[in-house]
Design a protein around this ligand. Structure first.
Ligand code: AMP
Length: 503
């Protein structure tokens, strides 16, 4: 999962992009990067780690310019973790493009092949984003009239891209000397929204993965960018938009509401916080139908994402709500790609119990989702060690049984605790006295109730149904292949273009 942002401002945008990336940090902690544009010149700095660790005063000074893009990255399905795969990416032709992507392409192997054989473009990393950038570059080359570019040509290029590419993609790109281009895949799987700030010099524009980045940077939310739509903002702040794909089933990723997005974001007109409250309501009703409520002494969230659901569940069932698990906000980053042993240890490092909330009580723990089951298993054990009498577990999302191919990091089916198991078996594995999962329909209703225009979602990790229609067992097997070893790298600095850089 990644977070992306693009800005066309009236003054330097480096700090603004940095601040927005901090607000999107929850979407990816592996790498961060910014590319700004000054006339025909791009400046870029990117590296491994959290935003605050990647950028220093010196690197920020090397990023002058009134427009720019940024990305925070979490390595997702199919990608490796080398420093050169940190984004933004750059290609020098046509015009010079910098590019950042959130999502995952599902036909990138075929695209890579056709880029090489037909378009004669070389792809140097294992990143599907580099493939997507090269498709965009090729389509822009085809659509451009000689050496100049207008909006019609840019939209023709995005139309061409949609006809070749499959999967999930929300993109921000700068075209040197022209402006900022943003677009979403025809199903609108990954989110992207547009905001505006009225400066004394005229309007400034920001495109971001989540509305929290706009709001936190002082921009007013304007609207979501629609599925298949492209928005082009010229360097003088003119906004152009066009739908560039035939209508397709709108299927935003439901996992954004379950876990990924910040609760203070609004996606597709639905407050993520409100959706999580609703999930708590529906889960409460299921609990009331399936379990003797008298057995539960206390409801407890597994911090942080499950809090709204746990709160609402407790209030609806008239049960006591307590915080018995305390999270250490300052655990350091893990310097290797989390393997099972590291994950297990990190649960203990991250969470600790308050004994008096557990001692002698029957506790209902609520989590937003159960993926590998490591967290649940560890926490059930911790609850018992803290003196709990019975430990029940409830998940605000249904069992995760299938791989996610659209940019969420849950690649191998074998790793999923619910794969091929029923609820009793899972309860036994995590050591819980009972386990209650949300029903799929109720999870969907939790979002739909708040915007009835939404009728479909990408729920593939719960259902195994993939909206792009191109997922084969072979592809899933290929996706589950072991990833490359991580290479640790420092910041990478680039000076691209023709003007001198002032760092
Ligand atoms: P586990 O079941 O141990 O894999 O952990 C599940 C917990 O991790 C859930 O409570 C979520 O808060 C969080 N989570 C869910 N999906 C992901 C993901 N793709 N990457 C990282 N954390 C996740």
């Amino acid at each position: 999962m990644c977070g992306i942002v693009g800005v066309v401002g009236r003054g330097p945008v480096n700090q603004l992009i940095y601040d927005s990336l901090l607000l999107l940090q929850h979407r990816g902690q592996d790498a961060a990067g910014i590319a700004t544009s000054e006339g025909n010149h791009f400046n870029m700095f990117k590296g491994h780690g959290l935003v605050r660790d990647v950028f220093r005063t010196r690197s920020m000074r090397s990023l002058p310019g009134f427009s720019g893009i940024g990305q925070v990255r979490y390595p997702t399905a199919g990608s490796s973790d080398s420093a050169e795969e940190a984004q933004p990416f750059y290609v020098n032709a046509p015009f010079g493009i910098t590019f950042a992507h959130n999502g995952n392409l599902t036909n990138w192997n075929e695209l890579r092949e056709s880029l090489f054989r037909i378009d004669q473009r070389h792809i140097n990393t294992n990143s599907d984003s580099e493939v997507l950038l090269n498709v965009l570059a090729h389509e822009l080359q085809r659509a451009a009239n000689g050496i100049s570019l207008d909006e019609a040509a840019i939209f023709r290029a995005v139309t061409g891209l949609h006809s070749r590419v499959k999967g999930a993609y929300a993109v921000v790109a700068q075209i040197s000397g022209y402006g900022l281009l943003a677009f979403r895949d025809p199903h609108g799987i990954r989110p992207l929204c547009l905001g505006r700030f009225e400066s004394s010099a005229g309007p400034e524009w920001m495109v971001a993965s989540e509305s929290v980045a706009l709001e936190g940077s002082g921009f007013a939310f304007v609207r979501d960018i629609e599925p298949g739509e492209a928005v082009f903002i010229s360097l003088d702040g003119q906004v152009h938009q066009q739908h560039c794909s035939p209508p397709a089933q709108h299927a935003p990723c439901i996992f954004e509401y379950v876990y990924f997005a910040r609760p203070d974001s609004v996606i597709e007109g639905v407050s993520v916080y409100n959706a999580r409250l609703k999930m708590g309501e529906y889960l409460a009703d299921k609990l009331a139908r399936t379990m003797p409520l008298g057995e539960i002494d206390v409801v407890m969230p597994i911090p942080d994402s499950s809090r709204p659901a746990a709160m609402q569940l407790a209030s609806r069932l008239n049960l006591e709500y307590r915080e018995g698990l305390i999270k250490n906000r300052y655990v350091g980053r893990t310097f290797i790609m989390p393997g099972q042993a590291v994950r297990k240890k990190s649960v203990r490092q991250k969470l600790n119990t308050i004994g008096l909330e557990f001692k002698g009580k029957n506790v209902l723990l609520v989590d937003d989702s159960i993926v590998r089951g490591t967290t649940s298993r560890e926490i059930v054990e911790m609850a018992r060690a803290a003196g709990a009498n019975k430990v029940f577990m409830a998940s605000a999302a249904p069992p995760v049984r299938y791989q996610n191919v659209y940019g969420i990091d849950m690649p191998t089916q074998d790793e999923l605790i619910a794969n091929g198991r029923d609820e009793q078996e899972i309860a036994k594995l995590i050591g819980a006295d009972a386990l209650i999962y949300q029903d799929i329909e109720d999870m969907q209703k939790s979002v739909m109730d708040l915007n009835p225009k939404l009728t479909n979602f990408d729920c593939s990790c719960f259902t195994g149904e993939y909206v792009t229609g191109d997922i084969t067992p072979d592809y899933l097997k290929w996706l589950a292949r072991p990833r490359q070893e991580e290479g640790e790298g420092g910041g990478l600095q680039f000076n691209l273009g023709f003007a001198a850089n002032d760092n």
